[in-house]
Design a protein. Sequence first.
Length: 318
Amino acid sequence: MQICKFLFSLLIFPGFAFTFFMAFLVAGLDRKWVARMQRRVGPPIKQAWYDYLKCLGKETIIPRKANKTWFLLAPILGVASVFVTCALLPVAGMNFIGTPADLIVILYLLTFASTMVIIGSAASGSPFAGVGLSREMVSMISYELPLVLILLAVGKVTGTGTTLGVTFQLADITAFQAANGPLIIHWSMIPAAIAMLLVIPCEVGQQPFDVDEAETEICEGVLAEYSGRPLARFKLMHNIKMYMMSALFVVLFLNIQTGYLACDILLFIVFTLLTVFVSMSLPHAVSARFRVEQVFKFYWTFVAGLAAVSLILVWCGI
């Protein structure tokens, strides 16, 4: 019975099938919302799924100067890392994989996924990809500092009373919010929540922070030489990261449990979609793309400053 429950959790809910469904749902809704805000009709919500299937049916062209092994392996490892990250997230209180340091593992897996993009683009041998991977590295350096500060603030406020005084386990974070309410209503954590909303689009690579692709400047950048199934895998990784980062925000700041499973699942989905709209669709619709140096300056000053304010307030017990 336990094996069946574990397999259901791993393959169906909240595992592979649910993650796959939510990834294409948020990608489709994001494009629809952006179109509506720009007074366009926009593609159907299922367009992201159609694009994925189309890429699967296309020929895979490997550049002559590419390192074939890493060119093909990087998308596979990238997709695997984001799927494992989603498996760590508790959905409506359900969590079938947990570690004593979930947040640290998630941070590592996010960095690993971005590193696979860099390795794949470097393996292609394209000059456009070379420019894109340098921009991807700048983006990683930009958002990782505020992200670490945010996770430290969350771990400190939810780890009060524990042996170490800080926790990085998602089960403890959800339990704290079940007893004390979501973290977003704690005024000391509001700056960290705002910072997290600003980190999400850069981590995912959404406009106005998609400097690594920048279609109008460097011809898709890191993905310039990809086609067919490898490109489909990178696109799938992008869609999963959209869902995963929004779901992580919900778990960290908006985890509300009513005690009724169906209601909790519905609230989780609604809050996740709301996070997608606020953190990705809205900035995409109203803002032009940042320059590389602007991204770095913005995240290391304003966003990191917001996260640091919360961390200082929480550490001082205010």
